[in-house]
Design a protein around this ligand. Structure first.
Ligand SMILES: *Cc1c(COP(=O)(O)O)cnc(C)c1O
Length: 420
């Protein structure tokens, strides 16, 4: 019944009551759970330890090895891992971090948890990653760390950012929630920054349900990360009132949290990690299919991949490439997203710039809109196509057909002129 939109542009959009390209919803991201994953979790459920057992350290060591880091510390979420990493940096009240606004808000929120202020640098619109020149302008005496995000799985400008951090004696952190399995100049992400933060939310490269990890080569930072995730408890006595500490002794030297991952989750993580290479390979294969197919679409452009990186393709963001007024762009992007949703294609926007959220507008005012012109430009045009390892080639083809149908549709309500 479906008509090819390339040959018949009058096919009506699902938004207008026409038949959708797909009968079922295709989400932008989804986990892949295998029989081995289920068995791995079941083994822990039948064991002595549901939490604080051996599965956690096994997962930590396996991930540290996979990314070439000395230490890995598991957390209950990527957000908790960010909180722990900032604590380990010694970030507190009155301090600042320099980060990007093109991220999930947790990157910045974790600084607020500690009473510090995030400052937002602009991005390089070719990749969506933080622009080192813009970051350098925000550094002052209060700055403690530069926190880059490997947007969509494409590694940030690590050499430039590390040099900048070194010049100002700052720590360089990578929020690599998108970039497990990616590499930069043949080195795996997770081995290059002072600390690298991963997330295991179901849409990410591997999943533990909820979960996160911090990797580092610094034993001091690794120790602080471990203490923070278990209430700030230390076993070495430094009591103020030394009343002969007994075998029950523990003490809180810092205010920490319960941010532990369970053994149940760690078992899932270890099992998932066995398939990381396969997952990334499939993600990259889908990205190649998208690039080839979207070459024919004038009004959609893809982001570039630098020749010395290997992206993990957590996302496949595309940009509307149309010559219309800025005011009409917002309406166009909204209409395109709504039209694709009606075709059962679960496109999503990554991300609303963090400074646009009311929490940050109250904190920083609206000046960041002016200091981040590339972030604003990017945000108004971007949306992400579905991409996850379990997608079939037919799913990929459905996305391309739907996108072609919607973008070629000579309908005024999409804000595009006929034949554009
Ligand atoms: C997913 C994500 C996080 C948060 O991770 P959770 O595990 O969901 O807490 C942080 N930063 C970025 C860039 C993310 O994509």
């Amino acid at each position: 019944m479906q008509t090819n939109p390339r040959t018949n542009k009058s096919t009506s959009l699902a938004l207008d009551g026409g038949p959708p390209v797909r009968k079922t919803w295709l989400p932008y991201g989804h986990q892949s759970i295998s029989h081995a994953d289920v068995e791995s979790v079941t083994r822990v459920l039948n064991s002595q330890w549901l939490t604080q057992g051996p599965a956690i350290e096994q997962f930590e060591q396996k991930l540290a090895t996979a990314v070439g880091a000395k230490y890995a510390v598991a957390y209950s979420s990527g957000t908790a891992a960010l909180h722990g990493a900032y604590f380990a940096c010694g970030i507190g009240k009155g301090h600042e971090i320099v980060t990007t606004a093109l991220t999930f808000a947790a990157t910045a929120n974790a600084a607020l948890y500690l009473g510090a202020i995030p400052r937002f640098a602009d991005i390089d619109a070719n990749t969506g990653n933080i622009d080192p020149d813009s970051a350098s302008k925000l550094i002052n005496a209060q700055t403690k760390a530069i926190v880059a995000v490997d947007y969509a799985g494409h590694p940030c400008d690590i050499d430039e950012l590390k040099a900048l951090a070194n010049r100002h004696q700052l720590l360089f952190l990578q929020d690599a929630a998108h970039a497990l399995g990616a590499s930069y100049k043949d080195k795996p992400i997770g081995s290059l920054a002072d600390m690298t933060i991963f997330s295991f939310h179901p849409v990410k490269a591997i999943t533990t349900g909820e979960g996160g990890m911090v990797t580092t080569n610094n034993p001091e930072l690794a120790h602080r990360l471990r203490v923070f995730r278990t209430h700030g408890i230390e076993k070495n006595a430094q009591l103020f009132e030394l009343d002969n500490p007994g075998p029950w002794h523990y003490e809180m030297q810092h205010l920490g949290y319960n941010y532990r991952l369970t053994d149940i989750q760690a078992a899932l993580g270890s099992s998932q990690l066995d398939r990381l290479d396969k997952f990334i390979e499939r993600r990259r294969n889908i990205a190649t299919q998208y690039r080839a197919a979207l070459d024919d679409l004038d009004n959609i452009s893809c982001l570039s991949e630098k020749e010395y990186v290997r992206s993990a393709y957590h996302l496949f963001p595309v940009l509307l490439n149309v010559d219309i007024e800025e005011q009409s762009l917002a309406q166009l992007r909204e209409n395109v997203v709504r039209a694709l949703h009606a075709e059962n294609i679960g496109v999503q926007v990554h991300y609303i710039p963090v400074y646009r959220h009311p929490v940050y507008r109250h904190l920083l005012g609206d000046q960041t809109y002016q200091t981040c012109p590339s972030t604003e430009w990017f945000y108004k045009r971007v949306f992400s196509l579905p991409l996850f390892p379990a997608m079939s080639d037919q799913d990929v083809a459905d996305v391309v057909v739907a996108l072609t149908k919607v973008m070629n549709h000579p309908c005024k309500r999409l804000g595009l002129t006929a034949g554009s």
